[in-house]
Design a protein around this ligand. Structure first.
Ligand code: SAM
Length: 218
């Protein structure tokens, strides 16, 4: 779906500032997807990797719809990158009286995400945390109502083990890249979350494939 089209889809309208920022991201996503082989020197963690690896507009909209169905949720995003998915999540946080905690290992990506959130008028609803997500989840105070799992795939399982004890009743967990690219790590994650007590889970062909799970204590 093209970025420009996506901006006008939906019964509720996003405000101008949010739409402008999403439009800028959509242009960058289109450019990045047009150059799929353009890898940063040194790979994904070398130098100043500029690839956003963003969830894209279909998943962004889906996340926004899901979070808007919650009441004042605490949202945890694992993998801020340059801030695209965070705009959709923070817009829903603002609409529902919730807040977003977003975690990213690279400070330069988090700083860009923060600047874009300020342009979108959403920065007050976001707590940007820089460091290793697995460590930072363990340091979290309080419980969470929504989790987006979208960092390096070998971290999906350790992140799950860290955030599972922190899920509130009714919490929703969405993991990206569950269909594309297909990796053993995401298969391991799907098996693990489906085996957790109180979890009901389904794989949806939205964007790159989403495992959507809900926690209801037994
Ligand atoms: C797929 S991108 C996230 C895309 C983002 N959710 C979006 O849609 O805009 C994955 C991000 O996870 C980050 N990451 C990798 N390892 C991490 C770790 N241990 N802790 C926190 N973030 C990490 C990477 O630097 C990268 O920016």
């Amino acid at each position: 779906m093209s970025g420009a089209k996506e901006n006008n889809v939906g019964a509720y309208r996003l405000d101008e500032k949010v739409l402008n920022v999403l439009g800028a991201y959509h242009q960058r996503i289109d450019e990045e997807r047009g150059n799929p082989r353009q890898e940063a020197p040194g790979g994904r963690d070398g130098g100043q990797d500029q690839r956003m690896r963003a969830v894209g507009p279909e998943t962004g909209r889906f996340l926004n719809i899901l979070v808007r169905s919650l009441t004042a949720p605490t949202i945890l995003e694992l993998g801020t990158s340059f801030g695209y998915s965070g705009i959709w999540l923070a817009e829903a946080a603002r609409a529902t009286g919730g807040r977003l905690i977003t975690m990213e290992v690279h400070g330069y990506k988090s700083a860009h995400a923060q600047a874009m959130a300020e342009r979108a008028g959403l920065a007050d609803h976001i707590d940007f945390r820089v460091g290793d997500a697995v460590e930072m989840i363990r340091e979290l105070r309080g419980k969470v109502d929504f989790v987006l799992v979208d960092l390096w795939k070998d971290l999906y399982l350790p992140c799950l083990e860290a955030f599972y004890p922190r899920l509130n009743a009714g919490a929703i967990v969405v993991a990206d890249n569950m269909i594309y690219p297909a990796t053993e790590d995401v298969t391991i994650y799907a098996r693990a979350i489906r085996g957790k007590p109180g979890i009901t889970s389904v794989l949806l062909p939205v964007g790159s494939g989403l495992e959507v799970s809900r926690y209801e204590p037994e």
